[in-house]
Design a protein around this ligand. Structure first.
Ligand code: TYD
Length: 197
């Protein structure tokens, strides 16, 4: 299983991934936890360049895709070949939402690059953690440049994920996380994952 986690800033993806990993360990399901941008030595170096510096949107897109190509080939693909589950914090949908819907780059170009970086691999399941952007932003302690870009930017990102979830109803599972504690969110996600165990 290749499972990705998407959402706007501060939606609780990282906590959910940790909690799910804990449950999968108890159930003895071999898996890895990884993230984008990053997850491998080269991709983590690219991450350090992208997250805190302003740059041309096309440069930004290429850097995300470069990090993805490296991470996909050195981490995701080998794990899937070994039949390990892969839990990945953000993936190609983030590029559509952030660089496409929010930055305004053409979606067909992004889709092409996403396909090139991942050998056309799609996640089996994508959890979209949906939280009002105002609440998520108020949680940011060390804001990156996307968090600093403010509410209107985050609303465009959210619109991207909502659109993607409607276009990919089989792959996407939307979890409404407002007023839910981490344990409740984890229980909802595990109910969905039980079908694949
Ligand atoms: P991170 O600090 O990991 O944020 P979060 O905890 O919200 O995931 O930084 C990742 C940032 O990179 C996040 O703001 C979303 C952005 N991003 C893109 O703009 N495009 C992409 O393709 C990906 C994978 C992430």
């Amino acid at each position: 299983m290749f499972i990705t986690f998407e959402g706007t800033e501060g939606c609780g993806k990282s906590t959910l991934i940790q909690n799910l990993s804990h449950k999968l360990k108890e159930l003895k399901v071999p898996h890895i936890v990884t993230r984008e941008p990053g997850g491998s030595t080269v991709a983590e170096s690219i991450r350090a360049v992208i997250l805190h510096q302003e740059m041309d949107p096309l440069t930004e897109l290429f850097l995300y895709e470069a990090a993805r190509a490296e991470h996909f080939k050195t981490v995701v693909e080998p794990a899937l070949k070994k039949k390990q589950w892969v839990l990945c914090d953000r993936f190609t949908d983030s590029t559509i939402a952030y660089q496409g819907f929010a930055r305004g780059l053409p979606l067909p170009m992004i889709e092409k690059l996403n396909q090139m970086a991942t050998e056309k691999t799609k996640p089996h399941l994508t959890f979209f953690l949906d939280l009002p952007v105002e609440i998520g932003l108020s949680r940011a302690s060390d804001p990156n440049k996307f968090e600093k870009a403010g509410i209107d930017f985050q609303k465009k990102v959210r619109k991207g994920f909502v659109t993607l979830s409607k276009q990919n109803p089989k792959r996407f599972r939307t979890l409404k996380v407002q007023n839910k504690n981490p344990a409740e969110v984890c229980t909802s996600a595990m109910k969905i994952l039980k079908a694949y165990l």
